[in-house]
Structure formats: C-alpha cells, structure tokens
Design a protein around this ligand. Sequence first.
Ligand code: F6P
Length: 327
Amino acid sequence: MTDFRRVGILTSGGDAPGMNACVRAVTRTLIADEIDVVGIRRGYAGLIDGDFVEMDGQSVSNIVQKGGTILKCARSARFRTPEGRSQAAARLADAEIDALITIGGDGTLAGANLLADEHGVDVVGCPATIDNDLFGTDETIGYDTALNTAIENIDRIRDTADAHDRVFLVEVMGADAGFIALNSAIGGGAELVLLPEFNTDIEHIKQRIHSLMAAQARSSIVVVAEGEEMGGAPAIAEALKSDSAFDHIDLRVCILGHTQRGGAPSARDRVLASRLGTGAVKALLDGITGVMVGVVCNEIRYTPLSGITGSQKTINYDLLKLAQMLS
Ligand code: F6P
C-alpha cells in the first residue's frame, strides 16, 4: 500500500452530471483512509493559480443529487503550455499534495497524462463527459443523464411536431462522437439519425423525408449529432430548404445544447460516479497511477492514460442497424 498523505481532486473540461457524486466518493474514501483531501477549484486553471480548498466529510454533504460541480470546471489554455504545467506541478509541491485525482473528459485525461509524464505526478483519472467518447470504460459519468435529457426533450418535440404535422431536426451534443445521437434516436423513435462517424448524404435525407410525408407520417424527427459533417441541424435545414421540393414541408430546428449538461444525475450516473471515485482512490493506494479508472462489463478496470487519448471508442453498428430498422 502506497503512503499518500494529501491528495488533490479537481473537475475539468465541460461539466457532466454525476461529477459531484464522484467528488463525494473520492473525498469520503480518502477520509476513511485518513488521507487529507484538497479540492482544486476551476480545474487546471485553479491548479495553476493555487485555488485550493481543504475538504472534509461535510464539504461533500448533499451533493450526490446535484448537477454541475461544486469544484467548478474550466478549460485552461495555460495548462496546454509546458510552462503552465510546470507551474501546476510547482503548486502541487508547494501545497504538499502528493497525488492527484482528475475528473473529466479527453482533454482532462490528456492533461493528467502530461503531468505524470513531464513532472512525475502520481495521478489517476475518472472519466466524466456527456459525450461518452472515452476508451477504457463502457460509459462515462454524465452520459446516461444527458441521454435521458435528450430523449425526454425529443418526446416533447414529438408532441408539438405531431400536432402541426412538422419535420423537426433535433441537434444533440456529443462533440465528434455519435453516442448521444444514436441512442436518443432509438429511444426517441426518430425517423432518421445523422452521426459524425458517417458521411451525410443530403439526397438520402430528402428522399427519406419525402417518403415519410408520402406515407402520411404525422411528424418526422431527424436526430442530428452536433459533430455531423455538414455542420449540424442548421446547415442541414438550410440545404433542405434550398430545394423547392421542400417548399410545402413545415421544417423546424431545435438545438438541445447545454440543457443536456445540466440537471440531477440519473441513478445510473450516481452509482457509476461513486464506483469510479472509490476505484480511483483504491488505485492510488495500491500504487497504480498514470491510469484512468473505468467500468467495463460491470467490473472496475484500469487503463494507462497514455492508451486513452490515442484510442477511439467506436459506436455499436448493430445499434445503428436497429435504429434504421425500427424507424
Ligand atoms: O464535451 C462536452 C460538451 O458538452 C460537448 O458535447 C460540446 O461539444 C462541448 O462540450 C460544449 O462545450 P462548451 O460548454 O465549452 O460550449
């Protein structure tokens, strides 16, 4: 068992529902092992600035159910420079923090890997992003909640779309990955889904919408991933509207945007975040550092940080066929 006396914890990048549950799990597991916990506010930006707060069991009371992050998040340009990372490492040394647990997405984990590589910092990462685009874990913290939010909103859009016989292009988040789009399309019963992983065939979209209208569909929902190659729902809508065959089709765009990032975490995200937070502390205590903790096939797994950033998690093609077959 490795002897750590003070461990820092930060949340970084875009926030994700369940980050608080993870902060709570890390804090309480460390305290149970009589290790001091230092909260680092505003991610790597706060690390460079020394924006630290001592944490105790009470600091994380009543947060398991809350979206956002009590430690706040930031995307730090300074940390992307070698000088910024040197300042960050120096801050850790000054505050006698001997290990770091970082909670965030690909940028956060890439940063953690650099801190470990360049400055020998003992670091363990927890995957948290609504995009679910991280290798080494079946799901990331926040993804399930965001997916449920997307589906709930698609259901609402369906009501109004049906009432007016409209076609809606609903844009969902996910950066360059189509996990939210594909699964919300299945769960929301969308007629079509456009993913970043594939080329967009505008002629196919036109034909599909026309054949749905010809079949007297009351409404049609096209789920568009924000990373779709033409530029998302507004660009697709423009391309469709420029075709006179669409003059008589009542088309609307709805961008779900940051609504998908907020809200109370789902039960699944709370449990995942709690498992990953405690798993990260256990990794540290067992001397396993420079890794991301994930859950694969319902078991805790550690994957080297260097293997996370270079690897891509692929979407499930069977799910894509399912979406097409059921639409
Ligand atoms: O990575 C999470 C995410 O919400 C992406 O889905 C989205 O592209 C991006 O962050 C938005 O970032 P910001 O909140 O900085 O606009």
